[in-house]
Design a protein around this ligand. Structure first.
Ligand code: PLP
Length: 401
């Protein structure tokens, strides 16, 4: 079961499409080697064509969340609702503004913000006359949160919604692109994302004035005069013209990357279908899940080993895997913040595992990972992933599986 001279199989690596270098070269040839230039303008325009909303290219998804919160008027001493089950970059920008996060539990059916917990938390806060300034809806691992009820509840209390779509570029909610339903949204092009600029982000908003405001703040809030005059505080948050070139090339292969990531997740699911105690992250019927990462839940007793043991076994076999995000209400940094519920997030963290999901993962590599998992569960190994998957498909079409 070993691959000769095998390189480590990583969780999620960059995957260039081929045209990126030409865009980068054009930046060098034209000497546009700063945060202005045709690639920045082109990347924003092409992203806007894809998403349908004014877009601002930034140095990171975290910067996009920071500016988005500022656009929503978050100020010192205020509070922002945020799912507990997320990466820390969702919550940190709340603190950058001197505000405090309040963490909410996830819905087991989607792993995202639980609309019922949100409704009861907002109701309780309204009674105390202490509504949050904003709600962040995170779209985890490529799957949209259930935006219908979330938006409806937030509208009732007049609390705006920020979409943290860092992990969900290409996902959809009832046919609409994720990141277009709230007031403002953030995307990430970090090296592990479905497309990358090595590091970078995009802020999008339905309100074109907000996009202009974000662009202004991202360039040190320099007033429109020849002198260096500033009336507001700004940041150095613009994306460079070189990296925007990578983004333009990557955007051209986004649909292919989505197809590849989904195929990987469903291949894992089908190749492990006969094992007890391991199940793919739910695919909510309202949406289109990109499966940016292939995430599974382990039931130790039924599977035969715990999630942590499985991570160790995979590591020893030279395969990188990771636990699902550690909830924010359990983090030393945030454990003193208020939270509503948290048991679902804790359970998903304790039992959830992210498997290698790079769009460049080969069938041979995936077969290897699958067999390490099958061995850990004491199940017979697969000799050939494609053959086995064909068998499943045939069994399914005959109604046997
Ligand atoms: C949910 C979530 N929010 C925000 C971010 C921040 O994005 P970036 O790394 O581009 O700053 C990430 C990823 O890194 C993320 O996974």
């Amino acid at each position: 079961m070993s691959l000769p001279e095998m390189k480590r199989i990583l969780l999620s690596v960059p995957h260039m499409g081929g045209s990126e270098e030409a865009y980068v070269r054009s930046a060098f040839l034209s000497n546009w080697l700063s945060s202005v230039g045709p690639n920045v303008a082109g990347f924003e325009k092409e992203f806007q064509e894809r998403i349908g909303l004014p877009s601002v290219a930034l140095s990171s998804g975290t910067a996009a969340i920071h500016l988005a919160l500022r656009l929503l008027g978050v100020r010192e001493g205020e509070e922002v609702f945020c799912p507990s089950l997320t990466f820390v970059a969702t919550a940190n920008p709340i603190r950058y503004l001197g505000a405090s996060p309040v963490f909410l539990d996830s819905d087991r059916a989607t792993w995202n913000l639980d609309p019922e917990i949100l409704a009861s938390a907002l109701k309780e806060r309204a009674l105390r006359n202490r509504l949050p300034r904003a709600v962040i809806a995170v779209h985890l691992y490529g799957q949209s949160a259930d935006m219908g009820p979330i938006l409806e509840t937030c509208k009732r209390y007049e609390v705006p919604v920020l979409d943290d779509a860092a992990e969900a570029l290409g996902a959809r909610y009832k046919g609409r692109p994720v990141g277009t339903l709230g007031e403002v949204a953030a995307f990430s092009f970090n090296g592990n994302k479905i497309i990358t600029t090595t590091g970078g982000g995009m802020l999008v908003s339905r309100n074109p004035d907000w996009a202009d405001r974000a662009r202004f703040w991202a360039t040190q809030a320099r007033d429109p005069s020849i002198a260096y005059e500033h009336s507001e505080m700004g940041y150095n948050y613009r994306m460079s013209n070189v990296l925007a070139g990578i983004g333009r090339g990557q955007l051209r292969v986004l649909d292919e990357r989505i197809r590849q990531r989904r195929a990987i997740a469903f291949r894992y699911r089908d190749a492990l279908v006969d094992l007890d105690g391991i199940s793919l992250m739910p695919q909510a019927p309202y949406g289109f899940h990109t499966n940016w990462l292939s995430c599974f839940l382990i039931d130790a007793e039924r599977f035969g080993c715990s999630r942590d043991e499985l991570i160790r076994i995979l590591d020893a076999a030279n395969v990188e895997s990771r636990p699902v995000w550690k909830p924010m209400h359990l983090q030393p940094l945030y454990m003193r913040c208020e939270h509503y519920g948290g048991e679902v997030a804790e359970d998903l963290f304790r039992r959830g595992i992210c498997l290698p999901s790079s769009s460049s993962l080969t069938l041979g590599e995936q077969l290897y990972v699958v067999n390490v998992i099958r061995k850990a569960a004491g199940a017979p190994l697969l000799r050939e992933l494609e053959t086995r998957l064909q068998q499943y498909e045939e069994m399914q079409s005959c109604g046997i599986a």
